[in-house]
Design a protein around this ligand. Structure first.
Ligand code: AMP
Ligand code: MN
Ligand code: MN
Ligand code: MN
Length: 287
């Protein structure tokens, strides 16, 4: 059984359409996939329609990855098995979308001041109706040969402290967990190892996420040291979280792939234990 509970499509900054994504998941032997685009659930119906049209052997979970502001730090919370029609969730996603547009306009202004005009329009065109992200700016900067690589575009212009960085004003962690619960979903702290926090601050985040009502944390990612995975498993036990698994797939890469290298340490509670209508998962270390 292969389970992957974190992935992106062209509805945010992924490179595959929802239909291409579910087809690839089947190709890679994934049995259960959550589509978790940044701040939007628009891809879910499209992905399900593609599964139904070809009777694909894939169970789709409706998901979303919501950006949160915690002081200067940006934290991502994944909602799993959310009701995509929930008024509370849709209201929050609408306000995130507006904040993304406002931030995008400002990033465009700052790039213009760096003699790089037209980047907002360029990024919006690349987003092609999907949720606008910094990845679209980076992609545009590479396409226009202003930067050699996406990483170079982030380092020079888009990352925190860089020339065109704009401080974020997302919803708080509490607001996001509340909206996910109002939509009947499960709230999962995404990639805890990627916030560049010291152990002391990561533990503060775990306490805050717990107090906000958070249910689970991502323990297993594709690219991860055994030490990180076992430490995150220990945090589940220590703080009373369930454990999730996800590739955070955006585009085919040799080291990030749907369903690749995802497994949970022993003695953690898999997040899917609380899902309804979930296929039977054999117990054991390997998924
Ligand atoms: P946003 O949510 O608009 O701030 O965009 C963040 C997205 O940009 C993340 O979800 C990643 O997909 C991507 N990203 C962030 N940092 C980098 C980086 N250094 N290189 C490439 N992509 C990045
Ligand atoms: Mn992304
Ligand atoms: Mn993320
Ligand atoms: Mn993600």
């Amino acid at each position: 059984m292969r389970i992957d509970l974190h992935s992106h499509s062209t509805c945010s900054d992924g490179h595959l359409s929802p239909a291409e994504l579910v087809a690839r998941a089947v190709e890679k032997g994934v049995n259960v996939l959550a589509l978790t685009d940044h701040d939007t659930v628009d891809g879910i119906a499209l992905a399900q329609a593609a599964i139904d049209a070809d009777a694909l052997p894939l169970h789709l979970l409706s998901g979303v990855e919501i950006s949160c502001t915690w002081d200067a730090i940006e934290v991502h919370v994944v909602g799993l098995q959310v009701d995509t029609q929930s008024p509370a969730l849709l209201a929050l996603l609408e306000s995130q979308s507006q904040a993304r547009t406002a931030r995008g306009v400002e990033i465009g202004h700052r790039l213009e001041k760096n003699k790089l005009p037209g980047c907002y329009e360029g990024a919006v065109a690349l987003a092609n109706g999907g949720m606008l992200t910094r990845s679209h700016f980076a992609h545009y900067l590479v396409e226009q040969k202003h930067c050699k690589t996406m990483q170079n575009a982030f380092d020079r212009y888009l990352s925190r402290g860089a020339r065109a960085y704009v401080p974020h004003h997302w919803a708080s962690i509490e607001e996001v967990v509340t909206a996910i619960h109002a939509a009947g979903g499960v709230a999962v702290l995404a990639h805890p190892g990627r916030y560049k926090l010291s152990t002391k601050w990561l533990k503060r985040l775990l306490v805050l996420f717990k107090e906000a009502g958070g249910d689970a944390i991502e323990v297993s990612l594709c690219q991860q040291s055994p030490h990180e995975r076992s430490t995150l498993g220990q945090y589940c036990r220590d703080y009373g979280f369930m454990a999730s698994v996800g590739s955070d797939f955006h585009t085919p890469l040799p080291w990030v792939e749907l369903g690749k290298n995802l497994w949970l340490p022993k003695d953690v509670t898999p997040v899917w234990h609380v899902f309804s209508a979930f296929p039977d998962v054999p117990q054991g270390e390997e998924l």
